[in-house]
Design a protein around this ligand. Structure first.
Ligand SMILES: *Cc1c(COP(=O)(O)O)cnc(C)c1O
Length: 427
């Protein structure tokens, strides 16, 4: 599939049935797989042969869907996880141990920030958070001798900042570590970070990829471009023998293109077991089949909504990287010339009270913590996800008390604007 364009990969990547085989990917709803001899199975356990033995580690349905996403991103290997949280945890923990350090963008998804700042710190991994707008000097100063990776989001949820991928990749590589990017909001339809020097991509497939609010899931894709062996002292887990697999050295046995995902499957899936169910992988694939058709519509609707809000007298600010004049418009044009995402955020001259009144009167847009769904949904963080914070704490988190996040679905833009208009009239 690798010679085809992204639209064709969305529809047909990952699975090519043979003569008389099912046209749709089969759901292999089986925990386990049968072998004729103990020797056959032993080879799987030694990673001497590839095959399936237990769905906690690998399942054929999941692998077909992972292969499609791998193809879409232009990578060499990929795996599905049970959630986006699991994908980001595995991507970091696969190369960073207790005593190690990671540089991360400060404007990342709140769940990821908590995972890094609270939970992974308890595991002894330290993080330095840098603004995506920091100078090269500030970025370079964040690295330590024990730094193992740099992490950021193509378009941050919900801050809607755009990462300068090339600049962050150059800094990571100058310090001998990979750049990991969460590409959830852009999707490979709008941005393929590997083209700009990123080494590993993660996804919450729960969002646009699934697209229908049907299944929670995640994915990790390796570009195969990072030379682990050239920095063997930093990455002993990949470059020295694994005692739990009879002394295999992943970077030698599976090469630059396969080492990262093989280790992540063989060690982290084996030990933590955050596998995606084959049923959910099947649903995810249905979503992927139309991702290239849905993304342009999400972006078109979001741009129409952003333009409408920008001109509305009751609206104090609009943030949308696809809108001319936005702080991140130029970076968005460079990395995502065909469109960014469907999420817009904005605020009110009337402050928090205006936001609360507005939310009460929406009819079509549903109040949800979700984003990036075929159906338009919206959230007022100050009265929902961030309600435990006072106004000062909100501002420190980059959220004003009047901020509303509006995730444009793929309905008719006129209907979305009419809903916004009537709710704004009540403010
Ligand atoms: C939602 C989200 C996650 C977490 O994904 P889950 O599938 O909810 O675990 C991670 N990163 C980004 C950018 C997200 O939007």
């Amino acid at each position: 599939m690798s010679d085809y364009r992204i639209d064709t990969k969305c529809v047909q990547g990952g699975y090519t049935p043979g003569n008389g085989e099912p046209r749709q990917i089969p759901i292999i709803q089986s925990t386990t797989f049968k072998y004729a001899t103990s020797e056959d199975m032993g080879k799987l356990f030694d990673l001497e042969a590839s095959g399936y033995f237990y769905t906690r580690l690998q399942n054929p349905t999941n692998d077909m869907v992972a292969a499609k996403i791998c193809d879409m991103e232009g990578g060499t290997a990929a795996m599905l996880t049970s959630s986006g949280q699991a994908a980001n945890f595995y991507a970091i923990f696969n190369i960073a141990n207790c005593g190690d350090h990671v540089v991360a963008s400060s404007t990342i998804y709140g769940g990821t920030y908590n995972l890094f700042h609270v939970t992974m710190r308890k595991m002894g991994i330290d993080f330095t958070f840098v603004s995506p707008d920091c100078t090269d000097e500030e970025l370079n100063a964040a690295f330590q001798p024990n730094t193992k990776a740099v992490f950021g989001e193509t378009i941050a949820n919900p801050a809607l900042t755009v990462l300068d991928i090339e600049r962050f990749a150059q800094a990571a590589h100058a310090h001998g570590v990979p750049l990991i990017i969460d590409n959830t909001f852009a999707t490979p339809v709008n941005c393929r970070p590997f083209q700009w020097g990123c080494d590993i991509v993660t996804h919450s497939t729960t969002k646009y990829m699934d697209g229908h609010g049907a299944g929670v899931g995640g994915c990790i894709v390796d570009s195969g471009n990072f030379n682990w062996m050239a920095h063997a002292d930093k990455f002993p887990g990949l470059c020295t023998p694994d005692d739990s697999y009879h002394g295999i050295t992943y970077a030698e046995k599976f090469g630059q293109g396969g080492a990262f995902i093989t280790k992540c499957t063989a060690q982290l899936m084996r030990d933590f077991g955050s596998i995606q169910s084959p049923q959910n992988a099947f649903l995810l694939n249905l979503g992927l089949e139309s991702l290239h058709v849905r993304m342009p519509r999400h972006c078109e609707n979001a741009l129409a909504v952003a333009k409408f809000l920008k001109n509305h007298p009751k609206v104090s600010f609009v943030t949308y990287p696809g809108l001319e004049g936005d702080k991140y418009y130029d970076l968005a044009q460079k990395y995502m010339p065909n469109g960014t995402c469907g999420v817009v955020s904005f605020g009110f001259h009337g402050g928090r009270a205006a936001a609360e009144t507005f939310m009460k009167h929406l009819k079509l847009a549903a109040i949800e913590t979700h984003v990036a769904d075929a159906r338009t949904c919206t959230l007022h963080p100050a009265s929902a996800t961030h309600r435990q914070m006072n106004d000062q704490e909100l501002l420190a988190a980059g959220i004003t008390p009047d901020l509303v996040r509006f995730s444009c679905g793929i309905e008719d833009a006129q209907d979305l604007i009419a809903d916004l208009e009537q709710a704004l009239e009540r403010v």
